[in-house]
Design a protein around this ligand. Structure first.
Ligand SMILES: Cc1cc2nc3c(=O)[nH]c(=O)nc-3n(C[C@H](O)[C@H](O)[C@H](O)COP(=O)(O)OP(=O)(O)OC[C@H]3O[C@@H](n4cnc5c(N)ncnc54)[C@H](O)[C@@H]3O)c2cc1C
Length: 238
């Protein structure tokens, strides 16, 4: 069965535009944040976008997005959880039986019938080995999570996982800067672009210009490995 990447927005801070606007305005106002009279949304958006372009980013930490993600491999989730300014709840391989685990096939393999057949054959072998070992441990009286926590050592990195992630807007901008870049690995890049699409719909004034770090920098810091969309750092005299 084909495993598809799914990204669902589970939650976002209440009234994020007003919350951001009040947080930013508090820095510059003698009044108390809750008592500030709100201008029309367009003015709030312009003000927030201007603050971001000046590099005033800390008020962005007040607004959080929570995503539910499925259809990614453990290769991808391992990269995702390297981002530390975030909260994660990931499907456990200790409590969830992986006898019928789903897996992600990388595009270079999926597009090559011979490579795909070999890949799927090996995944099938691992599934069988997982079940055999579970049966064997059960015969020795080791069952349930005690067995799964050890038999999971057989699972490949391709195994599909599900995860709930919460990041604030500042961390999201940083995450998109790194992971929307063409230098990022294809799977986490696809995930990052899907998350960005959602963020842009919810809070365009924050995320309209978000994306690979070159967009904000105006040059590519990746040297010879850059995609060529932006001039290299040295080409802009930095
Ligand atoms: C193209 C690419 C290739 C990569 N290759 C490798 C690799 O080969 N090996 C590898 O191990 N990793 C690799 N990584 C992962 C990378 O090193 C980071 O661990 C990951 O991208 C998380 O980014 P971060 O640390 O900037 O940010 P986050 O953890 O998201 O934190 C955001 C920011 O908060 C600040 N911050 C967070 N924690 C601290 C802290 N403890 N001290 C000070 N400041 C902090 C930093 O400014 C940081 O940039 C790669 C990432 C990319 C995008």
């Amino acid at each position: 069965m084909e495993v598809k990447l799914r990204v669902v927005l589970l939650d976002v801070s209440d009234n994020p535009l007003a919350l951001l606007w009040r947080s930013y305005r508090q820095c510059y106002s003698s009044s108390f944040a809750p008592e500030l009279p709100e201008p029309p949304d367009e003015q709030k958006e312009d003000f927030i976008a201007a603050m971001i372009s000046r590099g005033h980013l800390s008020p962005l930490e007040h607004v959080k997005f929570t995503f539910a993600i499925e259809g990614i491999s453990r290769v991808c989730s391992h990269q995702l959880v390297r981002h530390r300014i975030a909260s994660y709840s990931q499907q456990s391989q200790r409590y969830v039986d992986m006898s019928n685990f789903r897996y992600i096939i990388p595009p270079s393999i999926a597009q090559d019938p011979q490579a795909k057949e070999e890949f799927e054959r090996i995944m099938g072998e691992i599934r069988k080995a997982y079940r055999r070992l579970m049966t064997l441990l059960s015969q020795r009286g080791v069952e349930g999570e005690r067995a799964m926590e050890d038999v999971r050592f057989l699972l490949p990195q391709a195994v599909e996982t599900k995860i709930v992630v919460t990041m604030n807007c500042r961390e999201l901008l940083h995450f998109f800067g790194q992971r929307c870049c063409s230098r990022a690995q294809w799977e986490i890049r696809a995930l990052a672009w899907k998350m960005l699409e959602i963020c842009r719909r919810v809070l365009p004034c924050v995320f309209r210009k978000a994306g690979p770090k070159c967009e904000a920098l105006g040059y590519c810091p990746e040297g010879e490995k850059g995609c060529g969309r932006y001039p290299r750092r040295e080409e802009v005299g930095l």
